[in-house]
Design a binder for this molecule. Structure first.
Ligand SMILES: Nc1nc2c(c(=O)[nH]1)N[C@H]1C(S)=C(S)[C@@H](COP(=O)(O)OP(=O)(O)OC[C@H]3O[C@@H](n4cnc5c(=O)[nH]c(N)nc54)[C@H](O)[C@@H]3O)O[C@H]1N2
Ligand SMILES: Nc1nc2c(c(=O)[nH]1)N[C@H]1C(S)=C(S)[C@@H](COP(=O)(O)OP(=O)(O)OC[C@H]3O[C@@H](n4cnc5c(=O)[nH]c(N)nc54)[C@H](O)[C@@H]3O)O[C@H]1N2
Ligand code: SF4
Ligand SMILES: [Mo]
Length: 884
C-alpha cells in the first residue's frame, strides 16, 4: 500500500523504466521515491530519477499554442495545422509531409501519430529519434529472429555468470540495472563482467576485464569469437540443427586470421584469448549492447555478430543467457511496438508483408494505407532541405541538437514552410524554426504507458494539474486528425481508449504468429487501465501470462521458424585522416540528452557543470594543451569550443565529448556540428560515435568564472557555459579580447565594473575579482584573468547561500577560496547527499578504504549508488599517492 496522495508512476528517463512514487506536497514540491513494488527497480532510483522533483517547475514551459510567433487559441492552432497539412497534401501528395517523433512519447501518443500518417494521410514518412538510437538493433533482430524481439529479462543479468557489456556505459546510462548487476556480483563474486569500449569508462573501472577496442572493431571481435566457439567445439549442434539456418555459410564468411583480428580490434592476443576463453567456458552469458554498437556504419552487423555467437552456443532465451539490447529511451520499445519507424507497420507488422497490410488496413478502416516504407530520420531531413517535404511535425525531440550535421538540419528546417513543434518547453534549439508551437503535457501531467528494455509495460500517471493550455500529445494528433476529416478514426476520449485499440490490433488474427501480442488488454476499462500493474509482453487474450523469455526452443518469427545466422563481413575502417582525431560522443551521468529537463535541476547540474572534451595526455602534450584550457574542435568550416579534460582513460588519437550541451546553456558547443551523417546501410542509423575533428588550443585573451543570483542572458563572449545552482547560476566564460569585459560584467551583474562592493585588481596578471552584495548576501562574484582562473567553483557557488554579516568575510569572495572555517567540498560526486571530491579524499586520508566505509562516514553513495565508481576511483587515486 502507498499513502493516499502518493501516485505510482514510471521514470521518464532511461529504458530501465523504474517505478516511481510521487507525492505532491502542500508547498508545491513533489517528493520522489523509488517504488519498492516495481519489478524493474524494486525501490531503487538513480541520481536523475531522484532529482525528478527539481525538474517540474513551470519556468521556460510552453503553455499556449503559437502560430507564426503569436499566441492563439487551440481551435485556431489546430485549424491552421489541419489546413496546412491538407493543402500541402492536395498540392504535392502525401509524401510531401512528414512526422518526426520520439522514444519519449507515450505509447498512446505514438500509436495515434503513426495511425494518422500511415493509415490516413497515406505516407510512411514518419520516423523518430529511435533511428539515432535503436534502429540497428531493430534491423539486427529482424534479420536474425524475423521480428524485433528482445529475448530476455533483467533477471538474466543477475543469473548470469558472465555479463559482457559492448558499447555500453551502464553505470551512467542504465544505472539501476547496473546496480542490480553489482548487487548480484556482491553475492556471487564469481560473476564476471567484461566491458568492451574504446574508453576506460566508469563502467570499465568496475569490470573484471576491459577491452579497449578500436572504434568499430566489434564485428571483427565477435567474428573471431564465433571462430573460437567452433574451434573449441562449443557449438550447440542440437540447437543449431533444430532451430537455425545458415550456420556453415556464416562461419565461412566470418573467417578472420589472428593477425587481422589483432589489427582490426586493436587488442592483444592475450586480451582476446582471455575474453574468448571466458565466453566459451561460461554457459550462462548475457551480452548487453548499446550505442557503441548501434551508432555505427556497421551497427546492424555488430548486432548480428553478437547474436550469431549466442545462437551458435544455444545460449538464448534461457535463464541467465542471451543477447540483450539495452534500450535508451523510456519508451523506445513502445515506439517499436506501435510501428513508429518509417519501415514498420503497426504492432510489429511489416510494411512489405501483404497479409499484414491487409490486416492493418481492415482493422483501422484506413482509406489510404502508405504503399511503401517512408524516409528515415536523416533522409527525412535531407528531403526537407531539398524541398521535397513541405510540412514537418516534430514531437518530443530536439533534432537541432541530436541529429548529425547540425548545419544541414538548420538549413532544412529553415527551408520548410510549415514546421510544427509539439514540446513542453517554449524555446529549444529546434523550436526557433517552428511556424507552429503546440504546448504538450510533461511528465507528472500526462498519462499513458511506456515499455522498458525487458518488454515490461508500465503506467505513467498524472499527479499534477495541466499547466496553462498544455494538452497531451495524443490529443494534439487526434484533434488534427478529426479536423483533417477523419472524425471516426480519431474520436478518442482518453489514453485508455487508445491503449485498448492498440492492444486489440496486436491480438487481431495473431494466434501466436507475431511476437507482440497484448490482446489480453483489448477490452481494458478506464478503471482497469488506471489500476494497471506493470506487465511483460506477450499477454495474449485468454492465455495465462507464462512466457517471459523467447526462443529457448526456437519458434522464431521467420517463415521457416528458424533463426538466421547472418554473415557479417568486416568493413574497412577508415583512418581519421592526417592531423585528425576520432570524435567519440555520448552521455554523462546526470544529464539527459539536450538538457531541457535535467538542465533545470541544480543537483544534477552540479555533477558536470560545463561541456568538455576528453583528450589523451599524449595528444594534449603534443598539441600544447593544458588542463582547463579551452580547445577548438574543427570539422570542415565548422568549429566548436570546449573545455579540455586531459585524461589517461582515452586512447591517443581519440577525443570524447558529451552530446548534451546546446545553445540554451552554452555558446558553440553542440558536438553534432562536428559529426557527419554517415549511415548504416541496413538501418539508416547515423554513426554518431565517429566524428573526425582537428584539435587545437583555443587562444583566448581572458578567461573567467562567475556566480550570480539571476540568470544571465545573451553573454557577449566567444565561449560561455552556464549551469543552474541552488540559489543562482554559475558561468564559465572566455573571450579573445579584454575589451568585452565591461559588457560582460553588465550582462552578468546587471551593473558596471566600478560599482563592485569589493574588488581586487592585479594588473600584471590582468586579473580582476569583483563582488556585489545585497545586504548580508552575495549577489554576484566575477573572476577573470589572462589564464583560466583558479577559483574553487563549488565553494563560490555555496557562497550564494552564506551570510556575510562580518565585512571582512566579504574579502574572502575576492580571494576565491575558502578560509579554514569554511572547508571547500570540491566538485560534487554524490548528487543525492551533495558530497564533494575533497570531502571524500579527506575521509580517505583519515582511514576510509572502501566505498562502504565512505558511505558510513559521509552517506555518499548510499542512496542511488550512481557515484560508487567515482568514489572507488578517488580512494584508489589516494591509495596510489600514499604508496608513492
Ligand atoms: N545519464 C544518462 N543516461 C542515459 C541517457 C542520457 O542522456 N543520460 N540517454 C539514454 C539513451 S536514449 C540511450 S540510447 C542510452 C545510451 O547508453 P550508452 O550506449 O551506454 O551510452 P553512450 O555514452 O552513448 O555510449 C556508450 C559507449 O559506447 C562507446 N563506444 C564508442 N564507439 C564504440 C565502438 O566502436 N565500439 C564499442 N564497443 N564501444 C564504443 C563509448 O565510448 C561509450 O562509452 O542511455 C540512456 N541513459
Ligand atoms: N553525437 C551524438 N548525438 C546523439 C547521440 C549520441 O550518442 N551522440 N545519441 C542519440 C540518441 S541515442 C538519442 S535517443 C537522441 C536524443 O535526442 P533528443 O530526442 O533530441 O533529445 P531530448 O533532449 O530528449 O529531446 C526531447 C525533447 O522533447 C521535449 N519533451 C519532453 N517531454 C515531452 C513531452 O511529454 N511531450 C513533448 N511533445 N515534448 C516533450 C523536451 O523538452 C525536448 O525538447 O540523441 C541522439 N543524438
Ligand atoms: S535508472 Fe535512473 S534514469 Fe533510468 S529509469 Fe531508473 S531512475 Fe530513471
Ligand atoms: Mo537513445
Amino acid at each position: 500500500m502507498v499513502d493516499s496522495g502518493t501516485i505510482r508512476t514510471t521514470c521518464p528517463y532511461c529504458g530501465v523504466g523504474c517505478g516511481v512514487l510521487a507525492t505532491p506536497q502542500q508547498n508545491g514540491h513533489v517528493s520522489i521515491e523509488g517504488d519498492p513494488g516495481h519489478p524493474a527497480n524494486y525501490g531503487r532510483l538513480c541520481s536523475k530519477g531522484n532529482a525528478l522533483g527539481e525538474t517540474l517547475g513551470l519556468d521556460g514551459r510552453l503553455l499556449y499554442p503559437e502560430v507564426d510567433g503569436k499566441t492563439v487559441g487551440w481551435d485556431q492552432a489546430l485549424d491552421h495545422v489541419a489546413h496546412k497539412l491538407n493543402t500541402t497534401i492536395q498540392k504535392h501528395g502525401p509524401d510531401s509531409v512528414g512526422f518526426y517523433l520520439s522514444g519519449q512519447m507515450l505509447t498512446e501518443d505514438y500509436y495515434i501519430a503513426n495511425k494518422l500518417m500511415k493509415g490516413f494521410i497515406g505516407s510512411a514518412n514518419v520516423d523518430t529519434n529511435s533511428r539515432l538510437c535503436m534502429s540497428s538493433t531493430v534491423a539486427g533482430h529482424k534479420r536474425a529472429f524475423g521480428a524485433d524481439t528482445v529475448p530476455g529479462n533483467y533477471e538474466d543479468l543477475e543469473h548470469a555468470d558472465l555479463v559482457v557489456l559492448v558499447g555500453s556505459n551502464m553505470t551512467w546510462c542504465h544505472p539501476v540495472l547496473f546496480q542490480r548487476l553489482m548487487a548480484a556480483k556482491e553475492q556471487r563474486p564469481g560473476l564476471n563482467i567484461v566491458v568492451i569500449d574504446p574508453r576506460r569508462t566508469k563502467t570499465a573501472e568496475l569490470a573484471n576485464l576491459h577491452l579497449p577496442i578500436k572504434p568499430d572493431g566489434d564485428v571483427a571481435l565477435f567474428n573471431g569469437l564465433l571462430q573460437r566457439i567452433v574451434a573449441s567445439q562449443m557449438v550447440d549442434t542440437n540447437y543449431v540443427g533444430d532451430h537455425t539456418t545458415g550456420f556453415a555459410a556464416a562461419v565461412n564468411a566470418t573467417q578472420i586470421s589472428q593477425k587481422e583480428l589483432i589489427k582490426q580490434t586493436g587488442l592483444s592476443a592475450a586480451q582476446l584469448d582471455e575474453f574468448y576463453s571466458l565466453f566459451v567456458n561460461t554457459e550462462k552469458v548475457v551480452t548487453c549492447f548499446s550505442q557503441g554498437v548501434n551508432q555505427s556504419t556497421s551497427g546492424t552487423d555488430k548486432v548480428n555478430a553478437i547474436i550469431n555467437c549466442h545462437l551458435a552456443t544455444g545460449r538464448i532465451g534461457r535463464k541467465g543467457m542471451g543477447p540483450f539490447s539495452l534500450t535508451g529511451q523510456p519508451n523506445a520499445m513502445g515506439g517499436r511496438e506501435v510501428g513508429g519507424l518509417a519501415n514498420m507497420l503497426a504492432a510489429h507488422m511489416d510494411m512489405e508483408n501483404q497479409e499484414h497490410r491487409t490486416l492493418v488496413q481492415e482493422f483501422w478502416g484506413a482509406p489510404n494505407l502508405a504503399p511503401k516504407p517512408g524516409l528515415k530520420a536523416v533522409e527525412l531531413f535531407r528531403a526537407l532541405k531539398t524541398g521535397k517535404i513541405k510540412a514537418l511535425w516534430i514531437m518530443g525531440t530536439n533534432p537541432m541538437v541530436s541529429l548529425p550535421e547540425t548545419e544541414n538540419v538548420a538549413k532544412a528546417l529553415a527551408n520548410c514552410p510549415t514546421v510544427i513543434v509539439s514540446d513542453i518547453m517554449a524555446d529549444t534549439a529546434t523550436s526557433q524554426f517552428a511556424t507552429v508551437k503546440l504546448p504538450a503535457l510533461g511528465w507528472g501531467e500526462k498519462s499513458g504507458t511506456v515499455t522498458n528494455s525487458e518488454r515490461r509495460v508500465s503506467r505513467q500517471r498524472a499527479f499534477l494539474p495541466a499547466p496553462g493550455e498544455a494538452r497531451p500529445d495524443w490529443w494534439h494528433v487526434a484533434e488534427v486528425g478529426k479536423k483533417m476529416g477523419f472524425v471516426d478514426a480519431f474520436s478518442f476520449k482518453s489514453a485508455a481508449e487508445i491503449f485498448a485499440e492498440h492492444a486489440a490490433l496486436s491480438g487481431h488474427k495473431n494466434d501466436g504468429k507475431r511476437d507482440f501480442d497484448i490482446g489480453a488488454y483489448a477490452d481494458v476499462s478506464e478503471a482497469a487501465y488506471d489500476a494497471l500493474s506493470p506487465f511483460q509482453w506477450p499477454q495474449p487474450k485468454n492465455a495465462e501470462p507464462s512466457i517471459t523469455r523467447f526462443f529457448a526452443n526456437g519458434s522464431f518469427y521467420t517463415k521457416d521458424k528458424r533463426a538466421n545466422f547472418v554473415p557479417t563481413r568486416l568493413q574497412s575502417q577508415t583512418k581519421p585522416g592526417r592531423g585528425k582525431q576520432v570524435l567519440n560522443t555520448g552521455r554523462v551521468r546526470d544529464h539527459w540528452h539536450t538538457m531541457t529537463r535535467t538542465g533545470k535541476s541544480p543537483t544534477l547540474s552540479g555533477h558536470i557543470a560545463e561541456p568538455y572534451c576528453e583528450i589523451a595526455r599524449s595528444d594534449a602534450s603534443r598539441l600544447g594543451i593544458e588542463s582547463a584550457d579551452l580547445v577548438l574542435l574543427r570539422s570542415g568550416r565548422t568549429e566548436i569550443i570546449l573545455r579540455a579534460l586531459i585524461s589517461d582513460k582515452i586512447q591517443t588519437g581519440h577525443v570524447f565529448a558529451p552530446m548534451h550541451w546546446s545553445s540554451n546553456l552554452s555558446s558553440l558547443t553542440s558536438v553534432n556540428a562536428m559529426v557527419k551523417a554517415d549511415l548504416d546501410p541496413h538501418s539508416g542509423q547515423p554513426a554518431l560515435k565517429s566524428g573526425r575533428v582537428t584539435l587545437e588550443r583555443a587562444r583566448m585573451a581572458i578567461f573567467g568564472f562567475a556566480v550570480t543570483r539571476h540568470e544571465p542572458m545573451d553573454l557577449p563572449t566567444a565561449y560561455w557555459a552556464k549551469a543552474i545552482t541552488k540559489s543562482g547560476w554559475r558561468i564559465e566564460f572566455a573571450h579573445n579580447s579584454a575589451r568585452a569585459l565591461p559588457n560582460l560584467v553588465k550582462a552578468i551583474a546587471n551593473t558596471d565594473v566600478d560599482t563592485a562592493d569589493v574588488a581586487f585588481h592585479a594588473p600584471k596578471e590582468n586579473q580582476q575579482r569583483l563582488a556585489w552584495f545585497d545586504g548580508a548576501h552575495l549577489r554576484t562574484a566575477i573572476y577573470f584573468g589572462a589564464e583560466p582562473v583558479a577559483v574553487s567553483r563549488d565553494w563560490a557557488v555555496a557562497q550564494l547561500d552564506a551570510t556575510f554579516d562580518d565585512p571582512t568575510r566579504r574579502y574572502r569572495m575576492v580571494a576565491g577560496r575558502p578560509g579554514k572555517d569554511m572547508p571547500d567540498p570540491g566538485p560534487i560526486v554524490c548528487s543525492c547527499f551533495s558530497v564533494g571530491a575533497n570531502q571524500i579524499l579527506e575521509a580517505a586520508d583519515n582511514g576510509c578504504r572502501s566505498v562502504a566505509e565512505i558511505g558510513q562516514k559521509l552517506s555518499a553513495g548510499t542512496n542511488c549508488g550512481s557515484c560508487k565508481a567515482e568514489i572507488a576511483e578517488l580512494i584508489h587515486e589516494r591509495a596510489l599517492l600514499a604508496a608513492e
